[in-house]
Design a protein around this ligand. Structure first.
Ligand code: BG6
Length: 487
């Protein structure tokens, strides 16, 4: 095939989804203010929505004007860039409010009014930004309000707290909605950088042939956070690092890294491959886990004084299939840690024999790595040994790096929630998780949940309890990086 330069091909564009009424449950809550309202505003201003109305609701009492003020403040505080008056005027007219206390009838009236505004038959997207305990009653309300037809629902994690509760939750959802209507959101999969894992693996001939136990030694998925649980103590104390981050985000990312090439880049095909990874994962053994709790956690508002919740977890997991047999995956995440980062690091096997003279430096700085940074900058780095200039043969660790900021149209980037809301509006399940997938993950988690090891104390601003080094030995945690990202 002849080489074609990027200038020769117009990038494919996606038509906006059909007109929608979005019903936002929990519309005055933290997630709505930080992500969902600014996200919808951005989608609107960037031309990703066709006609759309947003009906906000929660147990708080407020009117349209107050909701619009709350939304504006949210977009100003948490959105990207300045709020342009013309953009805001258009968006604001799309917003209305209904008090949750008005029940199914009140909700049905508000939605039908919004639909009448659009003036044609439209789709409904119900976004359940509510605590898990409230999900059941919202779903019941939607059924009673007759808002199931033409609709899809986005559900926020946690999807249960163990296998039995996830099964109950799924069964309850399926009493009202078909699985096809359900979009279980995991915002890590909406990150540009997570999608780049698929692009890098499957759009190139270079990496896939070496993507297996024959060439890869081990893999790390490391998401330390500097923030504490301050402000969300009561949610966090019921959840903990394992349920909040591992069974959700880290396992989902692991599936992108480990899955077989799907037969096509389409929802069903990708789901099949992801679910196969989940089925192949061995149960997480308590002896492969380091749990931790930062000092002072129990004093945080909303946290019980004798809490056993972990704020840190590091674990080794294994995927029992031909591609990955014998390759450990090390996962780590925690609050109040030394640095915030979100990296996936693929460590390649070392050469079978070194012909370099003693002291040349080969292998001195660990194995070659391919590193993905899941941050907004979506960086990728390939580190390798290269010759140090000058006489003799001494080698140093060098790297080839790429950052999203080097791409011309980086302003087209959608924030994770924006991308996922748009996908759900288009009925695209690719980046969402099935009931079956969720249940498999709880199955994998069961041994650790049944016998969690003791949560060890760690100081704030560190990398977790010292035991993490034994867990990964003879390897080492990539973070903190020996060399910083460039730029
Ligand atoms: C959320 C967790 O789902 O993800 C939080 O509940 C965590 O505890 C957050 O801080 C991390 O997301 P991001 O996109 O900021 O890395």
């Amino acid at each position: 095939m002849a080489d074609i330069g990027p200038q020769d091909v117009a990038p494919a564009t996606l038509a906006p989804p059909e007109p929608h009424v979005v019903v936002l449950f929990g519309a005055s809550g933290d997630l709505a203010r930080r992500k969902l309202l600014p996200g919808l505003f951005h989608l609107d201003r960037a031309g990703h929505l066709s006609d759309c109305r947003v009906v906000g609701t929660s147990l708080e009492a407020m009117g349209n004007a107050e909701f619009r003020r709350l939304a504006r403040k949210a977009c100003e505080s948490f959105g990207r860039g300045r709020v342009d008056e013309a953009d805001w005027d258009r968006f604001e007219r799309r917003l209305s409010w209904v008090d949750g206390t008005t029940g199914p009838e009140g909700l049905a009236d508000a939605v039908s009014q919004a639909e009448a505004d659009i003036g044609e038959e439209c789709r409904r997207l119900h976004y359940l930004s509510v605590p898990p305990a409230a999900a059941a009653s919202v779903i019941k309300t939607l059924g009673e309000a007759g808002l199931v037809e033409r609709s899809r629902i986005i559900m926020e994690k946690p999807f249960g707290t163990d296998l039995a509760s996830a099964q109950r939750l799924n069964a309850m959802v399926h009493e009202v909605f078909d699985e096809e209507q359900v979009f279980r959101i995991d915002h890590f999969l909406g990150k540009e950088a997570a999608l780049n894992i698929l692009a890098l693996r499957f759009a190139n001939g270079l990496f896939e042939p070496i993507w297996s136990r024959n060439f890869i030694d081990h893999i790390q998925i490391d998401v330390p956070e500097t923030l504490t649980v301050e402000g969300r103590g009561s949610f966090y104390d019921q959840t903990g690092a394992f349920r909040d981050m591992v069974v959700t985000h880290l396992f989902q990312v692991l599936a992108f890294v480990a899955m077989e090439p799907p037969v096509e880049l389409a929802p069903a095909a990708i789901t099949v491959e992801k679910d196969k990874v989940f089925r192949s994962m061995k149960g997480i053994r308590p002896e492969d886990v380091v749990r931790g709790r930062y000092r002072g956690y129990r004093d945080a508002p909303g946290v019980s004084a004798d809490s056993d919740t972990e704020t840190f977890i590091a674990l080794k997991c294994r995927i029992d299939n031909w591609r990955w047999s014998g390759v450990p995956f090390y996962l780590r995440t925690g609050k109040a840690m030394a640095e915030g980062a979100r990296i996936i690091s693929i460590a390649f096997r070392e050469p079978p024999k070194s012909m370099f003279p003693e002291g040349s430096g080969v292998g001195r700085k660990g194995p070659d790595h391919l590193t993905f940074d899941l941050d907004e900058s979506s960086r990728i780095s390939l580190s390798y040994y290269g010759k140090r200039p000058g006489p003799g043969m001494f080698v140093d660790k060098l790297s080839m790096q790429f950052s999203l900021s080097e791409i011309e149209n980086q302003e087209d980037t959608l924030e994770a929630y924006e991308r996922l809301i748009r996908d759900a509006m288009g009925g695209d399940h690719t980046l969402f998780t099935t009931a079956e997938g969720i249940e498999e993950l709880w199955n994998t988690a069961a041994p650790m949940l049944e016998e969690p090891p003791e949560a060890l104390p760690y100081e704030r601003g560190t990398w977790g309890p010292g035991e993490i080094h034994d867990l990964i030995a003879p390897h080492r945690w990539r973070l903190p990086f020996q060399r910083r990202w460039r730029g």
